[in-house]
Design a protein around this ligand. Structure first.
Ligand code: ATP
Ligand code: PH2
Length: 175
């Protein structure tokens, strides 16, 4: 059994519908959903604002690799509309595997290009860290320490302050 923190993002089309559909497809494995946040684009400024959220997913049958297979399926179902020339460009749905833990709570570490764990840019992204804290105030990002310390780092202050909670767009009731 493994549990995973997954991050969801969308900035094209009906953004909320894409997030809801992803949670619905995760089904019983989606155990906890964060609030949804409206977030300015990170990494490539010339695109619309994103909706972002984080999900704690648990599955007795999932090995680390199967989380990657699942997120690819979710992105495929959302049409994966994105420009291959723009690495951090707009997309209907982006689902990243942020970190995975085994049953005994040990984190899965991987430097495989296909599945790097923890996600190599998670510690730089307020749009991942802030929603994650909603779910787990004492969360630690393996190899990087407390999520709250990462979010409060001076380099992330501007990004953290620019996140807007969207309580009008709940995901909790969908699982
Ligand atoms: N932890 C991870 N979660 C999701 N994909 C990963 C991870 N580690 C490596 N990858 C690989 O990254 C590839 C590109 O993924 P994706 O299209 O989501 O990247 P991106 O959205 O452009 O950038 P980012 O991963 O920084 O959000 C995927 O095909 C996948 O195999
Ligand atoms: N705010 C925000 N910015 C992004 C996001 C995202 O989910 N939210 N995803 C990206 C894909 O790599 C690039 N930039």
């Amino acid at each position: 059994m493994t549990r995973a923190i997954l991050s969801l993002g969308s900035n094209l089309g009906d953004r909320y519908a894409y997030l809801k559909e992803a949670v619905t497809q995760l089904g019983d494995s989606a155990v906890l959903m964060s609030g949804v946040y409206e977030t300015p684009p990170w990494g490539d400024a010339d695109q619309p604002a994103y909706l972002n959220a984080v999900v704690l997913a648990v599955d007795p049958a999932a090995d680390p690799r199967s989380w990657l297979d699942r997120v690819r399926e979710l992105e495929k179902a959302a049409g994966r509309a994105r420009d291959p020339e723009r690495r951090f460009g707009p997309r209907t749905l982006d689902v990243d595997v942020i970190a995975v833990w085994r049953d005994d709570d040990t984190p899965v570490l991987s430097d495989d290009e296909e599945l790097t764990l923890p996600h190599p840019r998670a510690h730089l992204r307020a749009f991942v860290l802030k929603p994650w804290l909603d779910l787990q105030p004492y969360a630690q990002l393996p190899g990087h320490g407390w999520v709250t310390d990462l979010l409060n780092a001076p380099e992330l202050t501007a990004d953290a302050n620019a996140l807007t909670p969207r309580p009008d767009l709940p995901l909790e009731s969908l699982a």
